[in-house]
Design a protein around this ligand. Structure first.
Ligand code: COA
Length: 375
């Protein structure tokens, strides 16, 4: 087999916001908001005309999700019970947008790790679950900031954006249309999270990741061969966000909670676990890989219980932290970036020839698998 048209992962990059919110801080702010709300509407609540809001709890969050803290781009306004949303100064059209800025930080790290200059890169994909604006594409802004020639575009497949981006990049390599493609996933999830919703206020965190997908013929010695990629989607309303450009057609509902992230968490848990486990096992079979021999699983980081069940079905036994590492405790759910953070932070110790799986799943539903082997 030649080295041409064989996709590999040459390097990854990670930008982590400095500020972090612990569960204790988050719950204290949420419960203050609940107290103020219930005091303000005490008469209506007493008259049975309104329902009292229930407080949140650190114990529930840790037990139900495995999340202990999350990084955010703007801690203070999120924790302010009068605001409970990120806030920063609006940037002018001549300034770099925030998503591009953190995407560039992650991308530069990946480029440095692989020893790449701008002229070595052919394309940039910005693969994320939310875009800061409709156009010009975030990807083109990132491309311009890095000084890259070629082409760039945005793609959104919610929590699976990064693995869908990796397959898209791998397909350019397989087809001979590119030799080096950056897949950048800036996830400012604090902007779509309803920090006033008890069921979900603890879920998300902000981050940016970058994956450099290249042709084996130019890859650095230290790389991961992509053995196979697989994508799947199945329509579901259980994770939904109705924010969109047609909201202005019905301004009376523009500020309602359905314009932020909403989910039926239980249903998602129940439906996605078997779907993803089956998909992984089928893809392993297609690639003639023994799933029980996988050295490590870098799974989507949404819920520790989901990952426990998926890893168990794939490996045939309860996975330990070494086999299925988590970053949920410090990063929370970072949408499409989660499995890439896990790979970035927990892959260096593997030996040449070790085989592993990067796997994402989420809204759509959508799921993606990337089986990799260390060179
Ligand atoms: N604090 C305290 N109690 C809470 C709470 C909070 N913040 N939020 C919910 N509860 C309560 C509920 O009211 C409910 O009480 P009840 O049993 O008296 O009715 C109980 O805890 C269980 O709530 P439920 O929503 O069923 O919790 P869960 O065990 O399903 O956990 C998730 C919630 C969101 C952590 C979990 O469903 C999940 O992670 N699902 C998958 C999500 C996912 O992957 N989404 C993809 C996003 S990209």
């Amino acid at each position: 087999m030649t080295d041409q048209h064989q996709p590999v992962i040459s390097a990854t990059g990670l930008f982590t916001p400095e500020e972090s919110i612990s569960n204790e801080e988050l719950v204290a702010s949420f419960n203050e908001f609940v107290e103020r709300h219930n005091a303000r509407f005490a008469d209506e609540i007493a008259a049975g005309e309104a329902e009292a809001l229930a407080p949140s709890s650190v114990e529930f969050i840790e037990k139900a999700s495995g999340i202990k803290a999350r990084h955010v781009m703007a801690k203070e306004p999120i924790l302010d019970p009068d605001i409970m949303s990120p806030r920063w100064e609006q940037r002018g059209n001549d300034e770099m947008s925030l998503m591009a800025e953190i995407g560039v930080a992650a991308a530069r790290q990946a480029m440095d790790a692989a020893g790449r200059k701008a002229e070595d890169i052919d394309a940039v994909l910005c693969a994320a679950s939310n875009m800061e604006r409709a156009y010009p594409a975030m990807a083109i802004e990132i491309q311009q900031a890095l000084g890259i020639d070629g082409f760039a575009f945005d793609m959104n497949v919610a929590c699976s954006s990064a693995t869908f981006g990796i397959q898209t990049a791998a397909d350019y390599i397989r087809a001979g249309n590119a030799k080096s493609v950056l897949v950048v996933s800036p996830e400012i999830t604090s902007g779509h999270l309803n920090w006033r919703d008890r069921d979900s206020h603890f879920i998300f965190g902000d981050v940016a990741t970058a994956v450099l997908v290249e042709d084996l013929s130019i890859a650095p010695d230290d790389h991961w061969k992509i053995l196979g990629t697989r994508l799947k989607t199945l329509y579901s309303n259980n994770i939904r966000n109705n924010f969109g450009f047609l909201n202005r057609a019905h301004p009376e509902t523009a500020g309602e909670p359905d314009k932020l992230f909403v989910q039926e968490g239980r249903k998602v848990f129940k439906e996605v676990v078997p779907m993803v486990a089956t998909m992984i096992l089928e893809e392993a079979e297609r690639l003639s890989l023994d799933p029980q021999q996988l050295r490590r699983l870098w799974l989507h980081q949404a819920n520790a219980g989901m990952n426990r069940l998926i890893a168990q079905r794939v490996l045939g036994h309860e996975a330990n932290d070494d086999e299925s590492p988590t970053v949920l405790d410090t990063y929370g759910n970072t949408s499409s970036a989660g499995s890439i953070i896990a790979f970035h932070k927990h892959s260096e110790d593997l030996a040449g020839g070790d085989t592993g799986l990067i796997c994402s799943f989420g809204a759509g539903y959508s799921a993606g698998t990337v089986f990799v082997r260390k060179a």
